[in-house]
Design a binder for this molecule. Sequence first.
Ligand SMILES: [Fe+2]
Ligand SMILES: [Fe+2]
Length: 275
Amino acid sequence: MEIDRKSFLASLGGAATLKRMSDEAKADALEDQMLFQLSQASASARSGEGGHEFPTAAEVDEQVETLPYRRGVGSLFVNPRGNVKKLPPMPATPTLVDFFAMRFAGTANHVLQSANLAKRNGMSEEIILACLLHDTVQAMIKVDHGWWGAQLYEPYVPEKTAFAIRYHQALRFYEDKENGYEYPDLYRRMFGVDYKPEPYIEATYQMVRKHKWYIYPRQVTINDLYAFEPNVNPQLEEFTDIIGRHFKQPKEGLGFDNSPVAHMWRSIMRPDSPL
Ligand SMILES: [Fe+2]
Ligand SMILES: [Fe+2]
């Protein structure tokens, strides 16, 4: 397939940004662009001139049996472009910073961009932390990542932070223009242009909409960012003070503190373990 170079570069934020991206990030972006062009091309072919820009939910469903893996699998557990690579062994008492450096490569850039935007928008430290962590559980599992993510972090972060992580997933499907949130094109591409959220997502949205803490997960969705912003390359060091103040790092190391979620950290640490 011929890649539309101009629109690809524009979607990333220009040539300078491309230069700074890791090979892995470039491959991900390229795959996204190819899927996008593919869906456009097939839609145009079916509907004649001018076809629609995004696949329908039925077309997304048809893709299931064209892939050797399921779309909800964690990014550490599958490499859609070939064999997986050996992972560096983790320290005996791993910290959140170690997980960022050694296991969260798939989402690190995205969540750093989100946390950076939240900081610039003057969000509270609890919400900046929520933005920094909101998608990282996708290393382990993508389906229902709001709930999985909140569970993973709940023993270690403020209640507001966990609440924001849990419900950002459901809120992303619902516009709130008053607070500056519009339905993302990415979701039209990922779920189909006519996708209707599952009843449990709708019920969750209705519940959270009336909750006194509604604004916290909403703030995560507002600062959730998919574009690679030009000239912005936030590093984890910018957030280590916030992590230090709000993340209760267990002295035994994540995965070894006997918490109810220790096994989840070990699964991220050792995804090659056969049992
Ligand atoms: Fe998310
Ligand atoms: Fe996100």
